[in-house]
Design a protein around this ligand. Structure first.
Ligand code: GLA
Length: 354
């Protein structure tokens, strides 16, 4: 029986820059979804996380269920629109990637299915096509107006590397991730309730600004351009142009194996996004401050924000003790069901057993 592993991702830096076609630098992680499956004449999937089996025949394919299966239906719809007609699938999804925690569990699920269909029905799609189809499923069927970051990260992951991406040209570069460093992913335990409206509001500001300034990408916006925007727009876009620059600096810091500098950039990124993009929370800020106090190299929120997770950059040999110290402080200060994982880089979504 074929088996797919599809990772989650952290975004090291370049947050909320993808929907203005700026830079991002994610890394796929060794927490993810497994899919064991056979081909079938319907769509029949059991999700271990939801302890639920859903079976639908093809006449139901475009009927949104408002459940996890929508990511799978979205993938089918996106493929059908491209005149690709894979058959059904019967399978089981399980794994260790926390849901709704800012680690792209939805992109991981979309890519798991896409990889399976691509393999078993010979669709001949490359990684970039898979990532774009996953994004289309998310945007058009599920209705989340996200950028390409998550699906790219999940499709293009490479063990021992971070991936730098220009989200406008879609050209990318793998950057070796130092062997002596790790990321702690600290989950705040806070449900990301404001995420949907907050995200759309930010996206509107960015799209308006690009239109007003007559630019295709945030990479082209200068400090002088910002003067033409109203104060709120200036504040938001100011963050984005500084963040784009930080992604480049961070990429260079990684290339030079300069973990201290990378850590500083993460902290700078967090403070800027908290103050000027306003997608952080007191819990995320607390984690970042506490991480620094306990000797982490750097820390920041990862993903859309509004709750979810923070990433904490540490030397590998200190990961466990720093994580424990943060966890102790956090659970003293807040009553949420929080937890952490010390993660490694991972390969992207792929067939791991034939
Ligand atoms: C979510 C979206 C991504 C990206 C991030 C913020 O994860 O799905 O496209 O916009 O938020 O960087």
């Amino acid at each position: 029986m074929p088996k797919v592993f599809s990772p989650g991702r952290i975004n090291i830096i370049g947050e909320h820059t993808d929907y203005s076609y700026g830079y991002v630098m994610p890394m796929a992680i060794n927490l993810g979804n497994y899919l064991e499956y056979t081909t079938y004449d319907k769509i029949s999937v059991f999700s271990e996380a939801y302890n639920e089996k859903i079976e639908l025949d093809f006449s139901m394919i475009n009927k949104k269920q408002n459940k996890w299966i929508d990511y799978i239906l979205g993938v089918y719809n996106a493929l059908f629109e491209l005149n690709l007609r894979p058959g059904g699938i019967k399978g089981k999804i399980y794994g260790n990637l926390p849901i709704s925690s800012g680690l792209s569990s939805s992109a991981s699920l979309e890519l798991a299915i896409l990889v399976a269909l691509n393999y078993s029905y010979n669709l001949n799609l490359n990684k970039l096509q898979l990532a774009l189809i996953g994004k289309k499923a998310e945007n058009d069927f599920v209705g989340v107006p996200s950028g390409i970051l998550d699906q790219f990260a999940v499709a293009f992951g490479k063990k021992s590397f971070a991936a730098f991406l220009d989200t406008e040209t879609l050209s990318y570069e793998y950057i070796p991730f130092p062997k002596d460093a790790s990321f702690i992913v600290y989950n705040t335990g806070v449900k990301r309730e404001l995420a949907k409206t907050g995200y759309s509001e930010r996206k509107k500001v960015v799209e308006d600004s690009l239109r007003i300034l007559n630019r295709n990408s945030s990479k082209e916006i200068t400090e002088e351009d910002l003067e033409k925007l109203n104060p709120l727009y200036r504040k938001r876009m100011g963050y984005i142009i500084r963040e784009n620059n930080r992604v480049i600096y961070a990429k260079n810091a990684l290339k030079e194996n300069n973990l201290e500098l990378l850590g500083k950039l993460l902290i700078e990124s967090h403070n800027d996004i908290a103050k000027n993009y306003e997608v952080s929370s007191k819990e995320l800020d607390f984690i970042v401050e506490t991480s620094i106090r306990y000797g982490a190299l750097g820390a920041r929120l990862t993903g859309a924000g509004f709750g979810g997770s923070a990433i904490i950059l540490v030397y590998k040999d200190k990961a466990e003790s720093i994580a424990e110290a943060i966890h102790k402080e956090y659970t003293k200060a807040f009553e949420y069901k929080s937890f952490y994982n010390i993660v490694e880089s991972s390969d992207g979504a792929d067939i791991i057993e034939k």
